[in-house]
Design a protein around this ligand. Structure first.
Ligand code: ADP
Ligand code: ADP
Length: 228
């Protein structure tokens, strides 16, 4: 099993008492799958992603990646897990404005043990002509491609994405989704994604539904339709 979450609880202390944003969550994902997390606002999607990505720790429960327990790692070891295993893509691209496209990707390439070739990757994501431009000179779709290349260059086993097409128009979204599909196929990257995009749900292998911090369902997509 690639990713195995068991009985995960995340409790926040608020003025009104304690509150479980993750309420005994268990689910699993196989290596090489594209899994989509669906749920209304406030259901705990971001909390779950942050815990899986090692950005936040759970209050209790187990998170295993490739059989290795992550939830008991020291802060330093957790940092290494984040660095070596996980790539992040967000709705807003979070690029460094005074670095070029290539430099934005390059600063992350040193993080991985076996980084991908930067120029090959930029070609793959369709940015051959843009390598020496700055983020402000690019369209939203192009900026997201840079962000995807930056997340991928260290060759992470797990790609976590939070609404990566949320700021893009329909056509550009489709292109970006086709790119995720290609990445999944070429690099066997396991992708866990929060998205409202129907096309992406249709092409995912697995759908995980969450509500009020609880898993409602975790199902394989039998009628998977690929984009590319
Ligand atoms: P939060 O960041 O609090 O989780 P959501 O991402 O759930 O908020 O979005 C808030 C609302 O906006 C939801 O009702 C959702 O349906 C809508 N929404 C967000 N992103 C999209 C999108 N890409 N397409 C359509 N609806 C969206
Ligand atoms: P989603 O991404 O599905 O919108 P979140 O994971 O952001 O949901 O939030 C789940 C619940 O946890 C929400 O009710 C939110 O208000 C609460 N929450 C998130 N972060 C904190 C925090 N740092 N302190 C207290 N409550 C939080």
């Amino acid at each position: 099993m690639f990713l195995e979450v068991t009985d995960l609880v995340k409790t926040y202390e608020t003025g009104a008492g304690s509150f479980n944003a993750m309420d005994h969550v268990s689910f699993h994902i196989h290596q090489g799958e594209i899994a989509v997390i669906l749920g209304p606002s406030g259901s705990g999607k971001s909390t779950l992603m942050n815990i899986v990505g090692g950005l936040e720790s759970a209050t209790s429960g187990s998170l295993k990646v490739e059989g290795k327990e992550i939830s008991t790692l020291s802060p330093k070891a957790l940092g290494l897990y984040r660095r070596d295993t996980v790539g992040f893509v967000f709705q807003f691209y979070n690029l460094i404005p005074n670095l070029t496209v290539r430099e934005n990707v390059e600063i992350c390439s040193h993080l991985g043990k076996e980084p991908l070739d930067i120029d090959e990757l930029l070609t793959k994501v369709g940015l051959t002509e843009q390598t020496h431009k700055f983020p402000s000179q690019l369209s939203g779709g192009q900026q997201q491609r840079v962000a995807i290349a930056r997340a991928l260059v260290k060759n992470p086993k797990l790609l976590l994405c939070d609404e990566p097409t949320g700021a893009l128009d329909y056509k550009t979204s489709k292109e970006v989704l086709a790119l995720f599909e290609e990445i999944n196929r070429n690099y066997h990257t396991t992708i866990l994604m929060i998205t409202h995009n129907d096309a992406f749900q249709a092409m995912s292998h697995r759908t995980i539904r969450i509500k009020d911090g609880k898993i409602l369902s975790n199902e394989l997509n039998q009628t998977r339709k690929t984009i590319a």
